[in-house]
Ligand binder design. Structure first.
Ligand SMILES: Cc1cc2nc3c(=O)[nH]c(=O)nc-3n(C[C@H](O)[C@H](O)[C@H](O)COP(=O)(O)OP(=O)(O)OC[C@H]3O[C@@H](n4cnc5c(N)ncnc54)[C@H](O)[C@@H]3O)c2cc1C
Length: 400
């Protein structure tokens, strides 16, 4: 049985950031990182953007080069899944039967793609897009694909549709909402973006869902609940993720929509922490409990967890941002950008560029989406954390 000061389960962004956090406090404690994927840790955002647009190659997307882990004295156990956790013995067990013990453990296990629970949902040509292996698979298939059916109108589906179109591949998108990114964009913006997609040749089938998928020769036929038939050489699905909480459950930790942690990112066991996409945490800046599936959050929360595992005792009160690119629409967003809130758009350039404010019932700013406006995140954060109330007129020209 091997013993470590720190074990990190999950070789994603939160895990790597935790290494940096630990080493900023403790230069010598032993660290083991175990990850199910065989690849060294990489950034996921380029999988649906820069790699498809050929702005980057796979070599560009690794979070750190391989030497980093050796230099930091981190033992890497890749291609290995942890299948059991015993908090009393402070031990974990891998799928190849190895047992490791820890002083402090981080669960940075992220999430896995939700699957379509319909006939044909598990066929070979139905790709659930999250991992570098999925990109490699898609890249190979693109050589022989003319048309792809994309299921889901959220970030992954919308970004992939743009990336595929840039590769001269025809795209049909199907999703249950009325508009792309409906849960984030106010209707006015959602409508504009959707029209842009249509103008660029993407077939949009909204208000509909796949009922079954059938494979005929090298073609896939998607039958929808509204009676449509969509045909593609490939079906790509982006319908969200489920947090990977299985280990936490085995260890009898508190689990709800993710692994429950406190402000110090500690689970119900004081020796076990969680961070990144999997953590259900107190969002201090907005005063609620939540789980966030974004890149900047994984970096900051992973680092904070690492520092706390090494004894620094710091509250996680960061207000993260996220970003996306949809053809020519690029944006950054801070806070709660939920279109069910009252919204106000302060256009700088009608339909193209502007600040979108998401307001509470009392009129305080809960979130800001900066469409085509760069370098304004700090101002947006200030508006949110001040918690002052504003009228829409007062917000005009506030940012940008
Ligand atoms: C295609 C794509 C595009 C994205 N684009 C953006 C973007 O534009 N902007 C943005 O803000 N965010 C974006 N994101 C989200 C962002 O990448 C994630 O929030 C971030 O990667 C989360 O990191 P994580 O380390 O918490 O989890 P993950 O990246 O999910 O890493 C968890 C790792 O743990 C491993 N694991 C799980 N269970 C076990 C186990 N039992 N044993 C061993 N290993 C295990 C998994 O295999 C995985 O490698 C995107 C995500 C995807 C998939």
């Amino acid at each position: 049985m091997e013993e470590y000061s720190y074990i990190i389960v999950g070789s994603g962004l939160a895990g790597v950031s935790a290494i940096k956090g630990i080493r900023s406090v403790d230069k010598s404690g032993t660290i083991l990182m175990v990850g199910e994927e065989v690849d060294f840790p990489y950034n996921r955002p380029p999988l649906s953007k820069d790699l498809l647009l050929e702005n980057k190659t796979v070599d560009d997307i690794y979070i750190e080069d391989e030497n980093f882990y050796e230099e930091q004295g981190v033992e890497m156990e890749l291609g290995t899944k942890i299948v059991d956790l015993d908090p009393e013995a402070k031990s974990i067990q891998s799928d190849n039967g190895a047992t490791y013990t820890y002083s402090k453990l981080l669960l940075a296990t992220g999430g896995y793609p939700r699957k379509l629970d319909i006939p044909g949902g598990k066929l070979k040509g139905v790709l659930y897009y999250r991992y570098l292996s999925d990109y490699r698979n898609l890249d190979e298939q693109l050589e022989v694909s003319d048309h792809v059916v994309v299921v889901g109108g959220g970030f992954i589906g919308s970004e992939l549709a743009a990336g595929l179109t840039a590769n001269d591949v025809g795209v049909s998108m199907v999703f249950p909402e009325n508009y792309l990114l409906e849960r984030i964009f106010p209707e006015e913006l959602a409508e504009t973006v959707q029209q842009d997609y249509r103008h660029r040749g993407v077939e949009i089938i909204n208000g509909d869902v796949p009922n079954s998928i059938v494979n005929e020769d090298s073609n896939y036929l998607v039958e929808t609940s509204e009676g449509r038939s969509l045909e593609g050489d490939l079906v790509i699905v982006g319908i969200g993720i489920s947090p990977s909480v299985e280990l936490a459950k085995k260890g009898d930790l508190d689990v709800s929509d993710g692994i429950g942690v406190d402000r110090y990112l500690q689970t119900t066991d004081p020796n076990i922490y969680a961070a990144g996409d999997v953590a259900y945490f107190p969002y201090t800046a907005l005063g609620n409990l939540t789980r966030i599936e974004h890149w900047d959050h994984a970096i900051k929360q992973g680092k904070n967890a690492g520092r706390n595992m090494a004894g620094s005792g710091e509250v996680y009160d960061y207000l993260p941002y996220f970003f996306s690119d949809l053809f020519d629409y690029g944006f950054e967003a801070v806070g709660e950008v939920d279109s069910s809130l009252d919204t106000y758009i302060d256009w700088k350039e009608e339909g193209k560029k502007g600040a979108i404010y998401y307001l509470s019932e009392e009129g305080s700013v809960r979130g800001v989406l900066l469409l085509g406006l760069w370098g304004k995140k700090k101002a947006a954060r200030k508006l949110i954390t001040e918690q002052k109330t504003f009228t829409k007129i007062e917000l005009e020209g506030g940012i940008g």
